[in-house]
Design a protein. Structure first.
Length: 364
């Protein structure tokens, strides 16, 4: 039985994922350049920056008004888009080569960003997750025209409260969003205001008109769905942060590709406990998935939905796949950039004075 009354058949969803398969991976490629790693960061004096690292050194380090969260690369405008950490109200667009300012966007009055975005329509439109706190915490998706200085041109309903990360399926039209279900309001010190009644979900939305195509809930109402990634063939993997009884050991990673419920990745209770009820980043590559947990100080590797390997790395959060090198890249609060594969961990680089923020993107 579906988890809600709203259905998106497996055939419809497979159509959405396979129709645009030729689009390939979502990673940006800058022709003629070496691998670059983009991330927000902070220093020991609690100053905040938007950074690009390559060839063993920072390529740029641009000051910003507060902590950043995720970063998105747009090949159409050759831009790096940095999103403010919740409840920030800024989005900064930099030239991906030089760090020069291309655009600075403020959230509308009564709104704030949740720290993530995705691109649709051949990278011409940016979609961002937003909190309409002036209306009590309604989840929204802002729509911005990348060809017109990232001007806001509309908004869509996210399908729930607390929309966090969203991503585009390979058809370049369907968007999947993790609605965390947690109500927060500015001025409440990031307090979670509805933990007993929260209703997280994974929603599929037609980005052209906002139609809610399907919606699925996790097996426990306090599994807040937050971060996700989409594989090349359109499978969604979403990570959770459990807000309930800390003595429980619940699955924290789920995959979905049109089934009638979210499919929990398989691991023993001790493996789930290693993650301390918290998944920070998810990255997919083929049949492999990694997930990071700064609270657990660990990175886990999964293949075909089965747990394979766990490595310890202090304060790890960011994760992405480097398609050119064929390896995952992670980052942590010690300024380290660390490769992760079946052979384990290896240091790629470090900026000792910086703490990398929660997410990163790789171009090559």
């Amino acid at each position: 039985m579906p988890m809600t009354a709203i259905e998106l058949s497996r055939r419809q969803l497979l159509g959405a994922t396979l129709a645009g398969l030729a689009l390939g991976a979502t990673a940006a490629v800058w022709p003629g350049t070496a691998r670059r790693i983009y991330s927000a960061a902070s220093d020991r004096a609690n100053q905040h920056f938007l950074c690009c690292w390559a060839d063993g050194a920072l390529q740029f380090k641009v000051p910003c008004p507060g902590r950043g969260h995720d970063v998105l690369l747009n090949p159409l405008t050759r831009s790096a888009l940095y999103f403010a950490r919740r409840p920030g109200n800024w989005l900064t667009v930099l030239d991906a080569d030089t760090g020069a300012l291309q655009a600075r966007i403020a959230s509308p009055a009564g709104r704030h960003f949740y720290g993530h975005g995705t691109l649709v329509n051949n990278n011409a439109l940016l979609l961002t997750t937003e909190n309409d706190y002036a209306s009590g915490g309604r989840g929204l998706i802002g729509v911005y025209d990348c060809r017109d200085g990232y001007r806001r041109v509309g908004e869509l309903d996210s399908g729930g409260i607390g929309p966090h990360q969203l991503a585009t399926l390979p058809d370049d039209t369907t968007v999947v969003v993790a609605n965390g279900g947690i109500l927060t309001l500015p001025g409440s010190n990031r307090d979670k205001l509805n933990l007993e009644t929260m209703q997280p979900n994974l929603s599929y939305i037609d980005s052209r008109d906002g139609t809610l195509l399907g919606q699925w809930q996790p097996p426990h109402h306090q599994l807040s769905l937050r971060h996700l990634d989409v594989s090349r063939d359109g499978e969604v993997v979403v990570g959770a942060q459990f807000e309930g009884d800390p003595t429980l050991a619940l699955p924290l990673l789920f995959r979905h590709r049109g089934e009638d419920r979210l499919q929990a990745l398989t691991a023993t209770d001790p493996v789930w406990r290693q993650h301390h009820n918290y998944i920070a980043s998810v990255a997919c590559a083929g049949d492999a998935v990694i997930a990071t947990s700064p609270r657990g100080g660990c990175i886990s590797l999964w293949r075909n939905g089965e747990f394979q390997q766990l490595e310890q790395l202090s304060d790890v959060a960011g994760a992405a796949f480097d398609a050119k090198a064929g390896t995952f890249i992670t980052s942590n609060g010690r300024g380290q950039l660390v490769q992760f594969n079946q052979q384990g961990l290896s240091l790629t680089g470090r900026v000792a004075e910086l703490r990398w923020d929660n997410h990163l993107k790789v171009s090559s």
